[in-house]
Design a protein around this ligand. Structure first.
Ligand SMILES: NC(=O)c1ccc[n+]([C@@H]2O[C@H](COP(=O)([O-])OP(=O)(O)OC[C@H]3O[C@@H](n4cnc5c(N)ncnc54)[C@H](O)[C@@H]3O)[C@@H](O)[C@H]2O)c1
Length: 309
């Protein structure tokens, strides 16, 4: 087997730990940097080499000893639009400065592949749906500004001979998602509330809609991005379907059947009303489509969450 050396930032979080687990299963060496702000040590897969700290902190990056990585997956970041309003400077450091520090590390150490967890939030309130990569961007939150800025830094670093892939993740959900974080992850927030209190507090209209993409499809996309056939660029990572908040609530309440009631309060700042993605560019380039429908993925997640201690 052709074993490679990878850096996965955010590997104690939901997406990063799932990716790191798969890379290790495939026989690779995996380094993880994570500051454990929303991640957990228990999520760090066995076999990974773990460094605790901020990715934007040069003294943390020095702990890598200038070693060569076949690719850097930059997944760490402050992951909530809502939380970005608490401290925009911290959000910028976690989401933008970290990207620059790691891109600089890539150039210095000869790493030629940089894969980034961007977000559909860069579109803001899309002018047309489904939204495609060539449509205008107009971030509505501090978080989204940071993701868009990082995408531009990636583009500029292509001129240093690095392949950079920015994956605009839509709503990622599934087994392993953080059920204690009630400020990030629409499906996980509703499900956690329903399980804990028999009550879901919805921040904003139930007519809002999203495009849900299952964690295993996302992990597959990150790994396929390494392939030589995938050029530098920006790609929507979505299922291509519109799921209303009311659809999510119905599915959860039907599946749990525990008399969960719903309360609707004001929306959070910077929240997009409705978005779903066009996957034509993704499908043409990657040669596959994301597979797991929201209904199937959510039923799997509900089963997992119900049995979770
Ligand atoms: N989950 C989604 O629906 C979604 C959608 C679009 C984009 N993203 C992006 O994907 C990435 C992973 O999201 P997730 O859902 O796994 O969230 P998560 O909160 O579970 O993971 C983020 C991880 O990064 C770590 N972290 C945060 N700031 C850090 C820093 N400055 N230095 C080092 N580690 C830091 C956290 O401790 C956590 O383990 C994030 O960048 C997020 O913005 C996620």
């Amino acid at each position: 087997m052709n074993s490679k050396n990878y850096l996965v930032t955010g590997g104690a979080g939901f997406i990063g730990s799932a990716l790191a687990t798969q890379l290790l299963k495939d026989g690779n060496t995996v380094y993880i940097i994570d500051n454990l702000s929303t991640g957990y040590l228990e999520n760090v897969p066995q076999g990974a080499i773990f460094i605790e700290g901020n990715c934007e902190d040069e003294s943390v990056i020095e702990k890598l000893n200038a070693q060569f990585f076949d690719a850097i997956f930059h997944i760490a970041g402050q992951s909530s639009g809502e939380v970005s309003y608490d401290n925009p400077v911290l959000d910028m450091q976690a989401n933008v400065q970290s990207t620059l520090v790691l891109l600089k590390y890539a150039v210095q150490t000869g790493c030629k592949t940089f894969i980034y967890a961007s977000s559909m939030s860069v579109y803001g309130d899309a002018t047309k749906l489904p939204v495609s990569e060539s449509d205008p961007t107009m971030p509505k939150s501090f978080y989204a500004v940071g993701k868009l800025a990082s995408e531009h830094y990636l583009r500029i670093y292509q001129t240093f001979g690095i392949k950079t892939v920015a994956l605009r993740l839509f709503n990622v959900y599934g087994v392993g998602q953080n059920m204690n974080n009630l400020r990030q992850g629409m499906a996980s927030i509703y499900l956690a509330q329903a399980l804990q209190n028999n009550k879901i507090v919805v921040k904003g209209s139930t007519d809002r809609f999203r495009d849900f993409v299952y964690i295993s499809d996302v992990v597959r996309t990150f790994i396929e991005s390494l392939k030589i056939e995938i050029p530098s660029g920006i790609y929507n990572v979505c299922y291509g379907d519109k799921t209303l908040v009311s659809d999510i609530l119905n599915l959860i309440t039907q599946q749990l059947n525990n008399g969960t009631h719903i309360e609707i309060i004001d929306s959070t700042p910077g929240d997009q009303f409705g978005i779903y993605g066009d996957y034509e560019k993704f499908e043409k380039t990657f040669g596959f489509k994301n597979e797991i429908s929201f209904r199937n993925g959510m039923i799997e997640m509900i089963d997992w969450a119900k049995n979770k201690k």
